[in-house]
Design a protein around this ligand. Structure first.
Ligand SMILES: Cc1cc2nc3c(=O)[nH]c(=O)nc-3n(C[C@H](O)[C@H](O)[C@H](O)COP(=O)(O)OP(=O)(O)OC[C@H]3O[C@@H](n4cnc5c(N)ncnc54)[C@H](O)[C@@H]3O)c2cc1C
Length: 514
């Protein structure tokens, strides 16, 4: 039985949103702009972004430091711990990972299972795929627990960080917020998460298009769809699956058309016999060689009664290492030729979601198409789309009431419309990685500036590290990053060593703990 969400209360400083307004909301000792010479009495870490990664990092910093670190969690939303993935209110949005693999703490693999049995349903089994909203409650509750244990040590500042720059002695970094306020910290961690999808090329669409939804993750994005007869989702990955579920939940009974270049939906999880690890130091260092190796393993697995799922799963603990051993040229080759197939096999949906999709495809309520959109023409009653069908090569026409962009998170920082990223790059404090999958970072997550020097003040965590790690979006990898960064940051205590002037740019390889 699903219990109603418990009220999650945070000590939160809500800031006025209008730029320049410094009056709204309560003040914190760190934020008072009149007190610019105020010296922080405690080692202070500012975390920008309070989704899964930011919230668990905040909790870990308190836990590991025994409350001696002060954390400012800057999150534009009202509920830290949720972010895009776990902020959903729809109980039909399920985790795409079994409960046993969803502990927020790498050091405590049973943590989620224990919490969920105590707070949600005692009968949950390790193989269950639970609602994402329950997971959001779990992350929030873990954070709240640390906040109660160490009162006053975490401040949730509900605002948006727009710029970061070096500050004076003892106040290593200055952070400017959208409200016009300024706060200071010794270290800043960017936990910005997934950016909204970039708009695909739709010749004929204008910025005034009324029937085009650019960002499906905005709470108001889908509006009233009950009266629509047909909707087109562009993209056929996990975002598209999520939106299809939301549409049905919102009363939409018409046809959902899903169009992508290859028309491939994510595969479904299925129970399978485990397959032993097979990647080692002697394995190929080329995409072609790796694919050959994987195909051979899949054949052996199938002969032994296992499956490709188990083969991919057995690669998971090595994926980051494999990525690092590939040359830039090979990584590019992977992105160009293999990525679409990798994505649908690696990012699988929960069995119950797979069943729902299959039944709607079978009865024609979902239609999958493969092709490229060539023209978009919107009139008062709907949208006419022309696309080139991948198989026939013919131009096909489609008339729909609404078009929703489900192409997945934009990762190219040059294209993301984000003031903080723009500012960091303009000030040359950050640069995109060579593959434009996120920001250029060292192995420990320190930002690498435009001149190639690793920062000793600014760190990135989460999807921003995809260029360096590839696997850097799911809880299983993020919790390891959180653990490592929190250990490193709680080892940094000597204030007199923290100023940039005393401690200019480290090289990439140095560990961050001092
Ligand atoms: C729809 C969806 C479903 C997913 N399901 C799973 C799953 O089942 N299992 C799994 O392991 N992974 C899943 N993931 C992967 C997901 O990336 C991670 O699990 C995790 O949520 C990422 O956390 P994050 O904190 O890095 O990003 P987010 O959770 O996106 O949080 C980033 C936060 O930063 C805030 N923010 C950004 N910029 C600023 C700023 N300038 N100032 C203030 N605040 C800012 C945002 O408001 C947001 O709350 C899913 C992802 C999505 C999008």
């Amino acid at each position: 039985m699903i219990r109603p969400p418990s009220a999650v209360m945070f000590h939160s400083t809500r800031c006025a949103v209008a730029s320049g307004d410094s009056r709204g909301g309560g003040e914190t000792k760190l934020m008072n702009p009149a007190n610019r010479n105020h010296k922080m009495s405690q080692f202070t870490v500012a975390i920008i972004g309070g989704g899964f990664t930011g919230a668990t990092l905040a909790a870990q910093l308190l836990r590991k430091s025994g409350g001696s670190v002060s954390v400012v969690l800057i999150e534009r939303g009202a509920r830290p711990g949720r972010g895009v993935a776990y902020g959903t209110e729809c109980a039909e949005h399920l985790l795409n990972v079994r409960a046993r693999n969803m502990s927020a703490y790498a050091e405590d693999p049973e943590h989620f299972l224990e919490w969920v049995r105590l707070n949600h349903d005692p009968a949950v089994s390790p193989g269950d795929y639970l609602p994402r909203l329950v997971y959001g409650q779990y992350v929030s509750s873990s954070l709240r627990q640390e906040m109660q244990r160490y009162p006053g040590q975490i401040e949730h500042v509900q605002d948006e960080a727009e710029a970061v720059s070096p500050a004076g002695l003892g106040e290593a970094v200055e952070i400017r917020l959208r409200s016009g306020r300024t706060l200071f910290a010794h270290k800043v961690v960017l936990a910005l998460g997934n950016f909204p999808p970039g708009d695909p090329r739709l010749p004929g669409r204008t910025p005034h298009s009324q029937r085009y939804v650019s960002n499906p993750w905005k709470s108001s994005a889908l509006g009233d769809v009950a009266g629509d007869k047909s909707i087109l989702l562009i993209g056929s990955g996990l975002t598209s699956v999520d939106v299809a579920i939301t549409l049905r939940r919102s009363g939409f009974r018409g046809t959902i058309h899903i169009l992508s270049r290859r028309g491939q939906l994510p595969q479904t999880h299925k129970p399978t016999a485990l397959w032993p690890p097979f990647w080692d130091d002697q394995s190929p260092r080329t995409v072609r060689g790796l694919l050959r190796l994987i195909r051979m393993q899949v054949e052996s697995a199938e002969r032994a009664g296992s499956s490709w799922r188990a083969v991919l799963d057995s690669l998971r603990p090595f994926t980051q290492e494999i990525w690092r051993t590939l040359s830039l040229k090979e990584r590019r080759r992977f992105l160009r030729h293999v990525r679409p197939y990798w994505d649908v096999h690696r990012h699988r949906v929960a069995p119950a979601i797979g069943v729902r999709l299959a039944s709607q495809i079978q009865d024609g309520r979902i239609e999958i198409r493969a092709g490229r959109i060539k023209a978009y023409a919107e009139d008062i009653d709907g949208v006419d789309l022309t696309y080139c069908d991948r198989v026939s090569g013919q131009l096909e026409r489609l008339r729909v009431d609404r078009v929703i962009n489900c192409t997945g998170p934009e990762s190219d920082c040059r294209k993301v419309d984000d003031p903080l990223l723009r500012n960091l790059m303009r000030q040359k404090m950050a640069r995109p990685d060579s593959l434009f999958l996120g920001l250029d970072v060292s192995l420990d997550g320190a930002l690498i500036d435009a001149n190639g020097a690793a920062s000793n003040l600014l760190y990135a965590i989460g999807p921003l590290r995809k260029g360096s790690l590839w696997e850097s979006i799911a809880v299983q990898e993020l919790r390891v990053q959180v653990s490592e960064l929190s250990t490193a940051l709680t080892g940094v205590r000597k204030f007199d060593q923290l100023n940039t002037r005393d401690n200019p740019g480290r090289t990439h390889q140095e560990p961050i703990a001092v």
